[in-house]
Design a protein around this ligand. Structure first.
Ligand code: NAD
Length: 500
């Protein structure tokens, strides 16, 4: 299929597309047992795309039974890692071969610009799956430093049935960060996509089968959080929940696991990340553009969004002017146009939630410097202007709560110590940016920041080679890198007495 080069091309492709709508359980597309469905509406124009199976406890029970059977009987866990690698790589090849269709599904479903769906979400998912598959037959166990009459083997074994519950902001990418390592080490995975963005998860399921992944080893149960999601979280035969989403639901999952079978719980949760700009930053012009991108990319619906901009007093006013100018390049337009940088928010309800924070900011006395309103309303879609508030109080809701939209809060600092204190004044600790050309300061501040990722003179860098996750209420555990394998395995110590 040729790569579309215009909005009209993408729209033509959309006309020829069959949208997936069924759950994927035990190797086949299935309606929900109760025949219930969920409306899948595009935030591009508010139009109904399709009705999706609305799974609940009965469907989750079927999926868990099929997963357990597949773990016990399909031989997946006992395959040589190299063979699991080959099948996962075949799956990555198939996803890549269907990347235009999948990118289009992502954009239709949650409103992000088509070029980002293609070049960030799809490219990132394929790369994450390939990287993880490639690594699995190079991952070794350990030998304990025993005395001569003992052999101590430290080995890793798959957990069994892993449920992955994911959000809507990078639907396939967040899912891949979970299912790739969980499958690679030999588990079965049941994926619960967000009710706001289920389409790509449903589409890749049949590709997994085509790639030779046994039936029951990869399943998808779309549905609501408090139905399908909760049924997985409380299921006595699910061994692990790997979650990405809000801190509020993350905490609920800890309770669910504690009240049931103490399943392993790994949480990638919310953020309110600070971006600290010192007056000696190497290139303030560039820093301002990056600060704008850090809040406007993906319409601000990024867990690591640089939503708190902390500015040294001497550059404060000029830097704000530069960010306001840079934000104008992030005004939303049609998500299917290849030139678009900002698309729609995920749905109308979320747009209203973000607008509520604009009202809160104004009531709290912060100074609205640009944006603050919905836009492109005649499209029927849910679009929002990039927004900047200055003079934001450190304890205000605007500074403390995750908005998950294109709303930037700016605060001023006088000293390095004050910058660090402001940056760490948050329940979250996912990421942070530091801009300075003083090498010692860069190291000092990076070390003092309570954040899982710190970026120096840039924002949002990283790839599969390094772990990703949060301090404090941003989560427990890390996605990506070889460390991710640890989450989906138990550690076994086997002591063998060597008789003489
Ligand atoms: P959410 O917490 O509302 O939902 C996430 C998933 O949990 C969805 O699939 C939802 O259906 C499910 N869910 C909801 N209630 C549930 C319940 N009671 N039991 C089980 N599952 C339930 O989050 P969202 O609105 O989809 O996503 C936005 C959030 O995700 C933001 O807070 C963002 O910061 C976070 N996020 C974090 C990371 C990270 O890596 N730390 C990455 C992306 C997004």
């Amino acid at each position: 299929m040729e790569r579309p080069t215009s909005q009209a091309d993408w729209q033509a492709l959309r006309e020829s597309l069959t949208l997936p709508s069924q759950a994927w359980i035990a190797g086949r597309a299935t309606a929900a047992q109760q025949q219930k469905t969920l409306a899948c509406v595009s935030p591009i124009d508010g139009q109904l795309l399709t009705q999706i199976a609305r799974c609940d406890q009965a469907d989750v029970d079927l999926a868990v039974t099929a997963a357990r059977q597949a773990v016990n009987q399909s031989g997946w866990s006992d395959l040589a890692p190299e063979q699991r690698k080959q099948r996962l790589q075949r799956w990555a090849d198939l996803i890549e071969a269907h990347q235009l269709e999948l990118a289009l599904l992502e954009t239709l479903d949650m409103g992000k610009p088509i070029n980002f769906s293609l070049n960030v979400d799809l490219a990132g998912s394929v790369q994450a799956l390939r990287w993880t598959a490639e690594a699995i037959d190079k991952w070794y166990g350990e030998l304990a430093p025993t005395p001569g009459n003992q052999l101590g083997l430290i080995s890793r074994e798959p957990l069994g049935v892993v449920a992955a519950i994911v959000p809507w902001n990078f639907p396939l990418l967040m899912a891949t960060w979970k299912f790739a390592p969980a499958l690679a080490v030999g588990n079965a995975v049941i994926l619960k996509p967000s009710e706001r963005s289920p389409l790509t998860a449903l589409r890749v399921a049949s590709l997994a089968q085509e790639a030779g992944i046994p039936d029951g080893i990869f399943q998808v149960v779309p549905g609501l959080g408090h139905e399908a999601g909760q049924a997985l979280a409380r299921h006595p035969d699910v061994d692990c929940i790997a979650f990405t989403g809000s801190t509020q639901i993350a905490k609920q999952l800890l309770i669910d696991a504690g009240q049931t079978n103490m399943k392993r719980v790994w949480l990638e949760a919310g953020g309110k990340s600070p971006n600290l700009i010192f007056a000696d930053a190497p290139n303030l012009k560039k820093a301002a553009k990056v600060a704008a991108q850090a809040i406007a990319f993906n319409q601000g619906q990024v867990c690591t969004a640089g939503s708190r901009l902390l500015l040294e007093a001497s550059i404060h006013d000029d830097f704000i002017d530069a960010v306001v100018t840079a934000l104008q390049a992030w005004q939303p337009s049609h998500p299917l146009s290849p030139d678009t940088r900002a698309g729609a928010l995920v749905d109308q309800a979320h747009l209203e939630q973000v607008l509520k924070y604009v009202a809160i900011g104004q009531a709290e006395g912060a100074q609205l410097r640009c944006g603050g309103q919905a836009c492109l309303q005649d499209t029927g879609g849910s679009y929002m202007q990039p927004t900047l508030f200055a003079q934001v109080d450190a304890d205000s809701r605007l500074a403390q709560e995750e908005i998950f939209g294109p709303v930037l809060s700016v605060q001023r600092f006088e000293t390095e110590a004050q910058a660090i204190e402001l940056a760490n004044h948050s329940i979250y600790g996912l990421a942070a940016g530091v801009w300075t050309q003083d090498l010692s300061r860069a190291h000092r501040v990076a070390r003092a920041l309570k954040a899982g990722s710190v970026w120096v003179n840039q924002y949002d860098a990283g790839d599969m080679t390094a772990p990703f996750g949060g301090y404090k209420q941003s989560g427990i555990g890390r996605d990506r890198s070889l460390h991710a394998f640890e989450k989906y395995t138990e550690t076994k110590s086997t002591w063998i007495r060597l008789e003489v």
